[in-house]
Design a protein around this ligand. Structure first.
Ligand code: BG6
Length: 294
């Protein structure tokens, strides 16, 4: 089906007045736009990727989007909330497999959309990857609540990793610190080394790439210059990834501006590296995160 036909069909079946509409992006990819009493937001069917979320009382968006992002059906979008699934980072055995799995580079279907009594917009997207049936629910209100349900439809036990790889918009790395992880040990991916918990907030003064494990704590991003605290409250998530590529890695990434690292940080709601999920046939698991400004 052409992009225009799909957009027309989605608008016929799922549009909710001005509050939810579908459009074709310049790239041809299809996106949904939310504008209700609480927020404006945008999501692509490609990757079930939320690319924008901004409460109406905020001057700045919550999510960072790279100005150099690809918008292509074979590539991930850079920024917003990529879904990493069913593996995180490199595939454990297949060196040719794409980084962070398949979910972020395939098209999802729109299963259902409705408005709640208070005007919140709820959108359900779904897709299939092998034996995994995925259902992603996005609830757009003052907060953005994103929940990914994974069900094993096969006849064998399966294991997966998952990360909601949220990119947050920040004023500047020098004004930001992250709290909530003081009790958690972490793997420093750059040194490939395990560290004991540290009582200090995480700050960005160099490349940071850490996997905190065995923690379900709520994370706060304190941004002194934007005068706001962004909070990430996790559901059924035992790992948290903190990432900022800093100078050299930014230069190596073709779909990311050289200086954009100043204005973003990733706080990822995950189940990876010892916190991966095992599912018996017929079983399901939901990983979620509420993104809010406090
Ligand atoms: C983070 C990883 O989650 O994602 C980093 O911890 C990685 O190691 C980053 O560089 C971006 O990955 P990608 O595949 O989107 O370039």
């Amino acid at each position: 089906m052409s992009g225009k036909m799909l957009v027309d069909q989605l608008n016929r079946e799922f549009a909710i007045g001005e509050a939810l509409q579908f459009k074709a992006h310049a790239s041809g990819l299809v996106l949904g736009q939310v504008a209700n009493d609480f927020c404006t937001a945008e999501f692509f069917l490609h990757g079930a990727h939320v690319t924008r979320f901004q409460p109406v009382n905020q001057d700045q968006p919550v999510l960072f989007m790279s100005g150099s992002s690809a918008f292509h059906d074979q590539q991930p979008i850079r920024g917003g909330i990529p879904i990493c699934f069913p593996w995180f980072s490199s595939h454990p055995t297949d060196r040719d497999a794409p980084s962070h799995g398949l979910a972020r580079i395939q098209s999802w279907n729109l299963a259902r959309a409705f408005d709640e009594e208070d005007g919140a917009i709820v959108v359900d997207l779904s897709t299939r990857i092998g034996d995994f049936q995925l259902a992603y629910r996005m609830n757009f209100s003052r907060e953005l609540d994103a929940q990914l349900k994974v069900e094993n439809r096969g006849s064998n036990e399966v294991t997966f990793e998952i990360a909601l790889h949220s990119y947050f918009a920040i004023s500047d790395t020098e004004h930001v610190k992250i709290t909530g992880l003081e009790q958690a040990s972490f793997i420093d991916q750059l040194e490939n080394r395990q560290y004991d918990p540290s009582p200090h907030p995480v700050v960005f003064d160099r490349e940071i790439d850490r996997i905190y494990t065995n923690t379900d704590a709520t994370i706060s991003i304190h941004d002194a210059a934007y005068d706001r605290i962004m909070e990430i409250e996790k559901l059924n998530s035992r790992s948290t990834v903190i990432w900022n590529p800093w100078i050299e890695k930014s230069r190596r990434m073709p779909d990311f501006g050289d200086d954009e690292f100043h204005h973003m940080c990733c706080v990822e709601t995950a189940n990876i590296r010892g916190n991966e999920i095992k599912l018996r046939p017929g079983a399901s698991h939901t990983t979620g995160a509420v993104h809010r400004i406090r």
